[in-house]
Ligand binder design. Structure first.
Ligand SMILES: Cc1cc2nc3c(=O)[nH]c(=O)nc-3n(C[C@H](O)[C@H](O)[C@H](O)COP(=O)(O)OP(=O)(O)OC[C@H]3O[C@@H](n4cnc5c(N)ncnc54)[C@H](O)[C@@H]3O)c2cc1C
Length: 458
């Protein structure tokens, strides 16, 4: 069939106005950083699960690749599409509710933004704990498809832990409804987990039932200067012990982080003296301030922290978080920057970062390596600037960053997924048996290979 026929069929499913072509496609970016125009043949915007099913059925029957898209804030190229593929945007499926207060759940359509779901929960005095810098644009479907982590994994777990039920559409248009609202459900295989973190390669997520938590009565935030990495890990142990489960964030920034981030002129250094490591912590509890103050007092008495500032207002807390979350500032300072998101045991992080820095500076003496991350949950982000951004250089730098992870018991992706950008490195931290099982699963659920083809698996 010709593309004209495909476009007409898609228009018959969801209306001509919802099949975008030409400039309406290329004016969109295909991921983060927002630098490359979307390359799809068209963007199709269904309004319901049945329209999603009809689109997938039609494309599958005609061997056309379909790329599911949420907010396109993904960092591994999972939402990138080629000129021969259809981009399926969930943007019109953004319904939120109902909220079931008694059972603390919320039912949402996949295209609702994370921020809108957080606000809807808060309006009912409840709390959706997944939180990432892209909250205003990233969608629930995208965060489920990537199993997003973010700032509060330490206390609440990743997106996987928040999903009670979901609805997904397979490549052939079969609708799989697994919209259960129970926390416990051991009746056979837990089908929702097949789709969570599958980056749109096994099914298009259309709806979900999410678990909500009690709204923390209060939050307290502090920024600390710490002299060494062993002191950082000691501080983490001490605060976990001292805060009785109320520690929700423990963000660590290596020495270069502030230097690079403050260059944009948008922020002020929270501390007046220089420190090797900076740590941002958040406590959520009724008596958050008292818990934080006594935790910091204990850390101070043990000589673990060298300096600290406690936010005195929400505005001050936001200003501290703005430093941590200003990835555009770091991207601009290192331009062109390569971004990595890895995980490994906390105890091995310091030597790993040193090893990566040494290897990169050998090849590029003027390189900058900026490490930071959620750390307490084993997650490290590394931004590298070596002065050029061509793909051979990216590959060489990637080898230096990913190379040591296998033997350290780490992973080449902590929370950003594999997409296209990390495909060729997947074998470094997955066993042949794991890869074989992944391929079997893909072949079973999408035998025609039309759903987000060429993503995740090499
Ligand atoms: C400033 C910034 C900060 C970030 N911070 C974090 C962070 O702390 N932690 C973190 O984990 N990530 C973070 N991210 C990455 C990104 O926001 C997440 O990966 C997010 O989950 C992507 O959501 P999205 O709706 O934008 O998905 P997209 O980028 O549109 O898609 C991502 C992947 O999911 C698939 N997909 C999207 N929607 C669906 C669907 N409905 N059904 C099936 N597949 C689908 C796509 O095909 C693609 O493979 C950050 C990004 C930015 C720009």
């Amino acid at each position: 069939v010709s593309w004209d026929q495909i476009l007409s069929a898609l228009a018959a499913i969801c209306g001509t106005a919802n099949v975008l072509t030409g400039r309406d496609v290329s004016d969109r970016f295909d991921g983060w950083p927002p630098s490359s125009p979307l390359g799809a043949a068209c963007v199709v915007r269904p309004a319901s699960t049945s329209e999603v099913a009809a689109i997938l059925r039609h494309c599958n029957a005609n061997g056309i690749g379909v790329v599911p898209q949420g907010g396109r804030t993904g960092i591994s190229g999972g939402a990138r599409a080629s000129h021969e593929q259809v981009a399926l945007s969930l943007e019109r499926m953004h319904g939120i509710g109902p909220i079931d207060r008694a059972n603390a759940t919320i039912t949402v359509e996949a295209g609702a933004t994370l921020g809108a779901v957080q606000s809807a929960a808060a309006a009912e005095g409840l709390f959706y704990p997944v939180d990432i810098g892209a909250r205003g644009t990233a969608t629930i479907g995208g965060t489920i498809a990537t199993n997003a982590g973010g700032n509060r994994v330490l206390r609440y777990g990743m997106t996987r832990e928040q999903v009670l039920g979901l609805e997904a559409v397979l490549a052939d248009g079969t609708v799989v409804s697994s919209m259960h609202a129970m926390l416990k459900n051991n009746a056979g295989y837990d089908i929702k987990h097949w789709f969570i973190g599958s980056e749109g390669t096994l099914g298009v997520i259309t709806r979900a039932i999410l678990r909500l938590r009690p709204q923390p009565r209060a939050a307290a935030t502090a920024w600390m200067g710490v002299a060494s990495f062993p002191q950082v890990t000691r501080l983490c142990e001490l605060l976990v012990d001292h805060t009785d489960g109320a520690l929700s964030s423990f963000e660590v920034m290596w020495p270069e982080f502030l230097d690079v981030t403050l260059r944009c002129g948008r922020h002020q250094n929270p501390l007046t003296s220089a420190h090797a490591f900076h740590v941002l912590v958040e406590i959520g509890a009724r008596d958050a301030s008292a818990i934080l103050e006594s935790g910091l007092a204990a850390a101070w008495d043990s000589g673990v922290i060298a300096d600290a500032v406690i936010a005195q207002s929400e505005a001050q807390a936001s200003a501290l978080w703005a430093i941590r979350e200003d990835s555009p500032a770091r991207a601009a300072a290192l331009k062109p920057a390569f971004h990595f998101d890895v995980s490994l045991p906390c105890s091995k992080m310091e030597s790993y970062v040193e090893q990566v820095k040494a290897a990169i500076s050998q090849g590029w003496p003027r390189s900058r390596v900026v490490a930071f991350g959620h750390v307490a949950d084993g997650n490290l982000h590394i931004n590298v600037g070596v002065g050029d951004g061509n793909s051979d250089t990216r590959k060489e730098v990637s080898r230096q960053v990913y190379g040591p992870l296998g033997s350290l018991g780490g992973s080449i992706s902590a929370e950003h997924g594999i997409g296209i950008d990390k495909r060729e490195y997947l074998h470094l931290t997955r066993t042949p048996a794991e890869l074989h099982l992944m391929r079997l699963m893909k072949a079973q659920l999408d035998p025609g290979n039309t759903l987000n083809p060429a993503k995740v698996l090499p």
